[in-house]
Design a protein around this ligand. Structure first.
Ligand code: PGA
Length: 251
């Protein structure tokens, strides 16, 4: 049985005070409304991790949005996996398209980030996804497969099973345009096929693959009902407690 994961990605939003207010709303509502088999995660700015993980309780896990690929040392401004772990972080987003695009993160660097996250007991939320131009050229499946191969396929099957994948078509992120249920399901099935070709059908079947890109309460039900979609990575709608919880309740 694959785990269901609904993860919020606050991106660069919310001061500590605003974040504490949003997180406590989510925690309070989630206790009563979110089914026990749905894993709720909030991926929040570094500055708020320590304080919010103290109020998150058992129902909501805390995630970071990035990690540096070295254990420690002279890397001014960076944050290590062991630092994240020390403040109660359980998940870390790796390879979000905004990191790839604006900060030049490469598949090789992301592979190193995956390794250091796993070595510290963190669950990588590994993102992949194509641009609109790549989709229009018909190379989207190959492009996403290469991201997965170069970022993850060095892992042993045991380590690979600890990873959660998020498919986020770049053209759907923050645009209000969501992939249709059919487009999303098709890509998720292709991703699972690619995982099976490297590992095995049994291993591929255990990996949770989340959809991300303008997921909202009114489109979540259709997406989450798709056979190969095991949850969502939610940006904009995770900034409103009601919307985030309503997505989680759509299962
Ligand atoms: P969005 O962002 O839900 O605002 O489209 C998703 C993401 O970037 O993870």
């Amino acid at each position: 049985m694959r785990k269901k994961v609904i993860a919020g990605n606050w991106k660069m939003n919310k001061t500590l005070e605003e974040g504490l207010a949003l997180a406590s709303e989510v925690v309070n509502i989630a206790k009563d409304e979110v089914p026990a088999d749905v894993n709720l995660v909030m991926c929040i700015p570094y500055i708020s991790l320590a304080a919010i993980s103290k109020i998150a309780g058992d129902k909501v896990a805390i995630g970071a949005q990035n990690v540096y690929q070295k254990e420690s040392g002279a890397f001014t401004g960076e944050i290590s996996a062991s630092m994240l772990k020390s403040v109660g972080v359980k998940y870390v987003i790796i390879g979000h398209s905004e990191r790839r695009e604006y900060f030049g993160e490469t598949n090789q660097q992301l592979a190193d980030k995956v390794n250091i996250a796993l070595a510290n007991g963190l669950t990588p939320l590994f993102c992949c996804g194509e641009t609109l131009a790549q989709r229009e050229k018909g190379i989207h499946i190959d492009f996403v497969n290469t991201q997965l191969t170069e970022g993850l396929f060095h892992l042993s099957p045991e380590d690979f099973k600890k990873v959660v994948i998020a498919y986020e078509p770049i053209w759907a992120i923050g645009t209000g345009v969501t992939a249709s249920d059919e487009q999303a399901q098709e890509m998720h099935a292709k991703i699972r096929e690619h995982l099976a070709s490297k590992y095995s059908a049994a291993v591929a079947d255990e990996i949770s693959i989340l959809y991300g890109g303008s997921m909202k309460p009114d489109n979540a039900k259709g997406l989450l009902a798709c056979k190969d979609i095991d949850g969502g990575l939610i940006g904009g709608a995770s900034l409103k407690s009601r919307d985030f919880i309503d997505i989680a309740k759509s299962y």
